[in-house]
Write a protein of this length. Structure first.
Length: 117
């Protein structure tokens, strides 16, 4: 199974971006039972958890993005999304999606988000 992240780019402070993570090779029933997460890693920093969504569409967020970011999933399309609003320069990082099913974690490639004027 491969995760395909996309949607990164350059945006001005206060702007918005939506990241997408596609999982085309996962069978639908497995996708339904999978927890998805978005992480980010800034230059010279540790990778940090940004948001998660579980099989029941429950969500959780890091304090630093609460109220600005929204994670969602589309089980029919086998996609997960991270809507990022009111972006700040400190949100600049490579963003990664991760799928957890059973005891297995699968990471996608990163997508770079740069917030700068």
């Amino acid at each position: 199974v491969q995760l395909q992240a996309s949607g990164g780019g350059l945006v001005q402070p206060g702007g918005s971006l939506r990241l997408s993570c596609a999982v085309p090779g996962m069978i639908t029933s497995t996708f339904w039972g999978t927890t998805f997460a978005w992480y980010r890693q800034g230059s010279g920093e540790l990778r940090e958890l940004v948001a998660t969504t579980g099989p029941n569409r429950d969500t959780s967020y890091a304090d630093s993005v609460q109220g600005r970011f929204t994670i969602s999933r589309d089980n029919a399309k086998k996609m997960t999304y991270l809507q990022m609003n009111s972006l700040k320069p400190e949100d600049t990082a490579v963003y990664y999606c991760k799928a957890t099913y059973g005891a297995q974690d699968v990471w996608g490639q990163g997508t770079l988000v740069t917030v700068s004027s």
